[in-house]
Design a protein around this ligand. Sequence first.
Ligand SMILES: Nc1ncnc2c1ncn2[C@@H]1O[C@H](COP(=O)(O)OP(=O)(O)OP(=O)(O)O)[C@@H](O)[C@H]1O
Length: 486
Amino acid sequence: MAVVRARREEAQNEFEAGLRLPSRRIRGGDGIALTRASSIVFRAPQENFTIEDFEQERILGVGSFSKVVRVKKKDTGDVYALKVMDKDFITKQDKVQHVKRERIVLDQLNHPGIVQLLFTFQDANSLYMALESCEGGELFDQIARKGHFSEDEARFYMAEIIDAMEYLHGLGLIHQDIKPENLLLTADGHIKIADFGCVKLTESSQIMLPPPAANPHETSSLIEGTAAYVPPEALNTSPATIGNDFWALGCTLYQMLAGTSPFKDSSDWLTFERIRTRKVVFPGYFSDEAIDLIDKLLDTDPGRRLGAGPGGYPALKMHPFFKGIAWNKLRDVSAPTPKLILEPYPSQVFDGQKLTMPSNIALASTVHHAPQLASMDSFDSRWQELLEPGECIVLASKLKKLRLLTSKKVQLILTDRPRLFYVDPSKLIENMKILWSSNNPNDISIHVLNSSHFKVCTSMKTSSFEDKAQKAWQWKKAVESVVVHQ
Ligand SMILES: Nc1ncnc2c1ncn2[C@@H]1O[C@H](COP(=O)(O)OP(=O)(O)OP(=O)(O)O)[C@@H](O)[C@H]1O
């Protein structure tokens, strides 16, 4: 306990000392912040706001260390995506440096294809980063909703991603987590790269970071990024290069066109096996140009990978897949229209009909934007005996819980307490396993792999589920709807 308290204080001091805005601001010619003595001078100021200064509207997304809420500043009416990070949670997870790195790096970036940091503030419990709000949501959601993109749509998004990546690589920054979840869309459908918590600087980088963490507790995972998008050399613990981002870009193009990522499998271990053997199956409708581009981005030799190899960005941009792209006018072209976040997911249609709420299952009054989430399984009276007095089911369904080599059938139940637990449908209460409860309200994120597979991640464990009824998205939305109001 004393150790945790000491580390929390240490982290608190670091936030306050390392991130304090000095009295005089200095700005570099092209918007790059300059150092003065040993402190960092921020372009996006640290304000003295409190969370009470904002109306909290709806959750935009949940990450491993944060939840991102659409907020409106009460006095100005300005809208932001507010990234809220719990200090205790970050400290316990040894992610203080990760958060600082993202804050400091984002502050120095200035490009239409990169999400902009506008200001930060903090209170006793949380750190807040106000970002420009990307109202079109994640590219991932758009792929899931459309099934897959046409090549014209994919070409448009690829060109904008490449343009932003060229800016990042030009500053000596490797993103290390390029994937459709971290590619956000503006309301008019243009791409912005987000989530700079995994960035790495190259030796020639112009970006300034304070000296590496003096926190001996900070752990760095062996492989940065997300399993399905890491290149084969990362599995041999080779140091990251800009080649990591080009490999991830190849995976992203494949996913835009096929609807699923090329190497994703039911466990990280199987995914890594597929990456190692570079097993890629191209659907028959892919054009020759698309196949060739993906093939060259997924070159197992990072030194020959298109974009990272000797021809660099010019060679990538000249690939026949990009024929007709006006690289210097990308943002002048109108984008494919994104489907907005509040439109219902197709998976909310059950057996071909929209779900309606029977009166005996009251939805949690706190669930504002998921009024159609309760599934038919929720109405089974057996689940009622598992509830505490006054507790309501938000979503419940029969799923497979996946283990490395086996799986078992479980009933997964989300309630408005909130609690998320599963039971063996034949044994009920004596077999109840709580995955998450209101004791740790922010400690959950749902990662949807495809419409039938998702992972429940908490600081204690990650559990994988398969839903034959393809309600993975419904689960993510339901959990996020309950989390936002904690
Ligand atoms: N500026 C934004 N506008 C709209 N939505 C956003 C914005 N920033 C983040 N989000 C949403 O919130 C989610 C989580 O944000 P982010 O990835 O930055 O969090 P994190 O805790 O760093 O996550 P990760 O687990 O990927 O490290 C994103 O995937 C996205 O859906």
